[in-house]
Write a protein that binds this ligand. Structure first.
Ligand SMILES: C[S@@+](CC[C@H](N)C(=O)[O-])C[C@H]1O[C@@H](n2cnc3c(N)ncnc32)[C@H](O)[C@@H]1O
Length: 279
């Protein structure tokens, strides 16, 4: 059997021909394009493994966990149950973060709740930061982030410092007043809404999703902690739920932040909050 026929066999199982080709290419250690070209044969091992993965996918496991890695901007990140799967909209958070710091070099940033390390490694890869702190409360997530730093070490410029703890408690005192940027995609889904999420999302760690009763606990904690760590003129940028921007802007203003802004994702939904600390 050809690889392309194997992909056809499993197209329905994997929710479409495109993901089926990805899976088959991955298992056969070849490229998507070579599967599509149609001349490569599938070994018995690949046929058996495709059937096993199809069963796991049908059981609700996300494709990104089955494949074991996923792309984020120019990075290739290991993805497994230790952390949230990096989303395409979070790539926009990195764009906004880079716009906020500017085009110079030598900046210092913190990616709080780093998960796979997607945001922190992307910032480090931009070449604009002399130091990026990457933190998480979850030891499992942090071990995955460390693995991904190593996997992408060729593009990492400047230093990265990984540490475990709740939000700013993970940072050393020496970071106080030094950060140009605090970036985070924290859990922001209201607790009551988590169980109603798609079954594949529920494969991801609950601690990466559940933002407390209103969904905004972590967002408020980060906003209230950041002023001790930001230098004058430093920025905070957060990925948020689409209903949360207005409240967050009010709270940020009451904390003394300036230039609050809520920006849309690719679908036009208000999903990113930023503000500057001029205090
Ligand atoms: C929505 S995930 C984001 C992961 C990654 N930054 C991304 O964008 O793909 C939120 C992350 O915050 C972490 N987290 C949850 N509570 C935390 C806390 N109190 N302090 C630090 N990290 C926390 C979770 O373990 C998880 O990795």
């Amino acid at each position: 059997m050809k690889l392309i026929d194997l992909a056809r066999r499993h197209a329905r199982n994997f929710g479409g021909m495109t993901p089926a080709i990805w899976v088959v290419a991955e298992l056969a250690e070849t490229s998507y394009e070579r599967v599509v070209a149609g001349s490569q044969d599938a070994s018995r091992d690949v046929v058996a493994k495709a059937a096993e993965l199809a069963k796991r996918y049908q059981g609700g496991e996300p494709l990104q966990y089955l494949l074991g890695h996923w792309s984020f901007r120019e990075l290739d990140l290991v993805t497994d149950v230790r952390a949230l799967i990096p989303r395409p909209e979070t790539e926009m958070l990195v764009d906004i973060a880079l716009e906020l710091v500017g085009k110079s070099v030598g900046y210092v940033a913190a990616d709080l709740g780093t998960g796979t390390g997607a945001i922190g490694i992307s910032l480090a890869a931009s070449g604009r930061f002399s130091l990026v702190y990457m933190t998480d409360a979850s030891a499992e997530a942090l071990s995955l982030a460390a693995q991904n730093v190593q996997r992408n070490i060729r593009v990492v410029k400047g230093a990265v410092f990984l540490s475990r703890g709740s939000w700013f408690a993970a940072l050393p005192d020496s970071a106080k007043g030094r950060l140009d940027l605090v970036a985070s995609n924290p859990p922001y889904i209201p607790s009551a809404a988590v169980s109603g999420l798609d079954e594949r999302v529920l494969y991801e760690p609950r601690s990466a999703l559940d933002g407390g009763p209103s969904g905004m606990n972590c967002l408020f904690q980060i906003l209230s902690g950041a002023p001790d760590y930001l230098r004058r003129g430093g920025s905070v940028v957060l990925e948020i739920g689409e209903e949360q921007g207005e409240v967050l802007a009010e709270v940020a203003t009451s904390f003394g932040y300036e230039r609050t802004s809520v920006r849309p994702d690719q679908a036009g939904r208000p999903r990113f909050f930023s503000a500057r600390w001029m205090g």
